[in-house]
Design a protein around this ligand. Structure first.
Ligand code: DGI
Ligand code: FE
Ligand code: FE
Length: 194
């Protein structure tokens, strides 16, 4: 890892530690390191994965209303779908912050942040890595299927995507909340392409 990049990561970590809750910050580090591990396994750029993982939840603070208000104020576009699934908005706002506040220019990293909650059809390798790392990082403990999903993450990345998405759709259906069209089209895409 080159020195300037390592320094950039440290600077971002310091800023996120100030901004995020302690548990969110721990989760963020877990996603960063797990993304790096998946990048080693699948031949993605390790530094990009570490950075994308570190920033994936950089927009996740404050209330849902305040997030929508911040997006309005800064001209971050939210579709009707986004507004119907408030849980996905922190990715859109995080993408904006990554660009403006953390100087990220790489489109693949920005998309990995934007789509980390929903996924989407035809995701890039980096997008899949961040999406999966978000689900399996060490401090996650809620999902009942974690042991098998963790194994799949390192053996069959596309089937792993499908299993997570299928579980998420079932969970959201049971909760009776709106399911974002990107979540559904991601699930359908992996069903066909895994
Ligand atoms: O930000 P994290 O907690 O680390 O994880 P995340 O960004 O994956 O967000 C998880 C939450 O998002 C979880 O409560 C389920 C919810 N979610 C995921 N996809 C959708 C969704 N909520 C709605 N309404 N619609 C979706 O398609
Ligand atoms: Fe998130
Ligand atoms: Fe997360």
């Amino acid at each position: 890892m080159d020195g300037i990049f390592a320094e950039h990561l440290l600077t971002i970590r310091k800023e996120l530690k100030k901004k995020l809750s302690p548990s969110r910050y721990e989760h963020t580090l877990g996603v960063s390191f797990t993304s790096a591990a998946l990048a080693m396994r699948y031949g993605e750029n390790i530094e990009k994965a570490e950075l994308a993982g570190l920033l994936h939840d950089c927009g996740k603070y404050g209330t849902e209303e305040s997030l929508v208000e911040k997006c309005d104020r800064h001209g971050v576009f939210l579709s009707r779908e986004d507004l119907s699934s408030p849980a996905v908005i922190h990715g859109k706002y995080g993408c904006y912050l990554a660009k403006t506040r953390f100087g990220v220019r790489d489109a693949d990293i920005l998309n990995s942040i934007s789509y980390h909650t929903t996924g989407r059809a035809g995701m890039s390798l980096l997008e899949k890595i961040v999406f999966i790392a978000d689900y399996i990082e060490p401090s996650r403990d809620k999902a009942p299927d974690l042991p098998s999903i963790r194994e799949l993450a390192f053996t069959d990345i596309d089937r792993c995507m499908y299993e997570i998405l299928e579980g998420t759709v079932a969970y959201l259906e049971e909760k009776g909340v709106h399911i974002h069209k990107d979540t559904l089209s991601a699930r359908d895409w992996f069903k066909k392409n895994m």
